[in-house]
Design a protein around this ligand. Structure first.
Ligand SMILES: [Zn+2]
Length: 117
C-alpha cells in the first residue's frame, strides 16, 4: 500500500505549496481537485481545506500559496469529476477551512454524490 492510499484521498502528493512545485507537478489548463494541509507530528497529511478547479487547477492552487504548507491534487479530464471529488473530500474530512458545502459550478445542475444537494 502506498503512502497516498494510506491517507485516503486518492490524490497525488503531498507537495510543498509553492510556485516551483506547482509548476513542476501540474499541467496547464486542466481541471482538478485538491487538498491543502500540513504534515502532522505522526507524519500524516492533515487536511485543512479542499477545493476544485473547473478549468485551470494550476492557477487556482497558486492563489492559495501562503495559506498552507503542503498540497495534494489530482487532475480530472472533466470538470464534473473534479467537483464530485471535492464534494466527497468535504464530507469525508470536514476540513476546518471549508465552512460551507461546495457549491456547484455556475451554469450546471450537478449535485453532490454524497448528499445530493
Ligand atoms: Zn454533499
Amino acid at each position: 500500500m502506498t503512502q497516498q492510499e494510506l491517507t485516503g484521498t486518492g490524490l497525488h502528493g503531498p507537495f510543498s505549496l509553492a510556485a516551483d512545485a506547482i509548476d513542476e507537478e501540474l499541467v496547464e489548463n486542466c481541471p482538478g481537485a485538491y487538498a491543502l494541509g500540513f504534515i502532522d507530528y505522526l507524519g500524516r497529511f492533515s487536511i485543512t481545506y479542499v477545493g476544485s478547479a473547473g478549468e485551470n487547477l494550476k492557477s487556482k492552487l497558486k492563489a492559495h500559496i501562503g495559506t498552507a504548507s503542503q498540497f495534494k491534487f489530482r487532475h480530472f479530464a472533466e470538470e464534473r469529476l473534479a467537483f464530485e471529488k471535492e464534494c466527497e473530500m468535504f464530507h469525508q474530512f470536514l476540513p476546518r477551512g471549508n465552512f460551507l458545502h461546495p457549491s456547484r459550478p455556475h451554469g450546471t445542475d450537478w449535485s453532490c454524490p454524497r448528499c445530493r444537494r
